[in-house]
Design a protein around this ligand. Structure first.
Ligand code: KG4
Ligand code: ZN
Length: 382
């Protein structure tokens, strides 16, 4: 597929606890972030140990106009510069989604621009299409190369606070969910385990930091996979790892951590033991995620495996999945987003929004979308 004209996309993301705006340029199939801002609400929700929807909405309402004002002023955006408005349509917390979608509708109405609603998970997949360099300029009129680089078919493992899905894509915007969690999402399990271990919120970064601490102090020159499990204090299950399908389950793993603490309450008093338990929990989650991804890859034979979603910021998951792909299916490309784009951001919404617009047979409705467009907390991917 060839991309021709350049487009400038203004995007908004407010599905959960990050208020984010981005200005992204599409140039010959490459996606270059001109500017972006993310305002995190961690401090607001930390005392509650999880995201409180109405407090999230209140923070979005306060922060979104400030971020929009900043990105518009700093980049001297005029209505004529912008080609497309993209916004997260769902899934997510409805009070939070409504702030972003209503702002996007207002801008689309005022500037008479097409407005595209984006599925949050499509955003996490398309985070892998963001280029990490400055937008290139053509010298002396020479043609720029095509920048599109991800080869189809794609298998995407999306792991976030609300989702754990294996998605197969034969082409752009064509999503087939081939595996998913039957209960908790992977990120939710990290967050709940952190709560059980009284470590604070959000759990993923804290649990992974402690796991790394344990790893580096106990096996300074070894990888965790080389450890001697007979010497370890904890042994957690790898739920559904041998099941003959591509689904996941993380609620039993979380409960196993709860029972471990109930039976060994002293663990909480020891940083070393808590770190070891974090490491064992993280490894159990990674073992299942990696094993199911490889199983799916052997079945669907993608050219590229992508990782995305907040949990894809996890260093060990990134490293171990890459290693196993190299060993077991070396012809498959492995693509991970920059850590910054693993977490919620608006640049990924711009890129997914661009593709939705580009591959829509009928673009007309996008021009009047401000009339009818609604956020959908339970939006389906297809
Ligand atoms: O994609 P995301 O920012 O928001 C949702 O769409 O849910 O993902 C947030 C999730 C949280 O559960 C957080 O604990 C988890 O991603 N997370 C991590 C790491 N960083 C964030 N999980 C494991 N390891 C990390 N380093
Ligand atoms: Zn997300």
């Amino acid at each position: 597929m060839h991309y021709t004209c350049t487009m400038l996309i203004l995007a908004i993301e407010t599905s959960c606890d990050e208020t984010a705006v981005a200005l992204v340029e599409e140039k010959r199939g490459g996606f270059f972030v001109i500017d972006e801002y993310v305002s995190s609400q961690t401090k607001t929700h930390a005392p509650f140990g999880g995201v409180v929807p109405n407090l999230a909405a209140r923070d979005h309402l306060k922060n979104l106009p400030l971020l929009l004002k900043k990105i518009i002023a700093k980049n001297k955006i005029k209505r004529n510069n912008i080609d497309l408005i993209a916004v997260t349509e769902g899934p997510g917390l409805i009070p939070a989604l409504l702030i972003g979608t209503n702002a996007a509708k207002a801008i689309a109405y005022a500037w008479k621009k097409p407005l595209v609603g984006v599925h949050h998970i499509a955003g996490h997949i398309y985070a892998n299409f963001i280029h990490l360099v400055k937008s290139p300029t053509s010298r002396q009129g020479a043609a720029l190369p095509q920048f599109n680089r991800v080869k189809f078919p794609i298998l995407a493992l999306i792991v976030s606070g609300g989702h754990t899905e294996l998605i197969f894509m034969k082409k752009h915007m064509d999503f087939k969910i081939v595996g998913q969690t039957l209960d908790d999402a992977a990120g939710e399990a990290f967050d709940k385990v952190a709560k059980i271990l009284e470590l604070g919120y959000p759990g993923g970064p804290i649990v992974s930091r402690l796991a790394e601490l344990y790893q580096s102090s106990t096996f300074p020159s070894q990888q965790r996979s080389c450890r001697d499990s007979s010497k370890s204090n904890f042994s957690l299950p790898r739920p559904m790892i041998n099941s003959n399908n591509l689904n996941f389950s993380f609620s039993g793993l979380k409960t196993a951590v709860l029972y471990t603490i109930r039976d060994n309450p002293k663990t909480l008093k020891s940083k070393k033991l808590t770190s070891e338990l974090c490491a064992e929990f993280q490894q159990a989650a990674i073992d299942v995620l990696v094993s199911k991804t490889i199983r799916a890859a052997k079945k669907y034979k993608p050219k590229t495996i992508l990782l995305g979603g907040g949990v894809s910021a996890n260093k060990e998951l990134r490293r171990q999945l890459g290693e196993i792909i190299k060993k077991q299916i070396p012809d498959t490309r492995y693509q991970i987003p920059d850590t910054k784009y693993s977490l919620d951001n608006a640049a990924m919404i711009a890129v997914a929004g661009y593709h939705k617009w580009k591959f829509s047979k009928n673009r007309k409705p996008f021009y009047n979308n401000w009339r009818t467009f609604e956020a959908d907390a339970n939006l389906k991917l297809n």
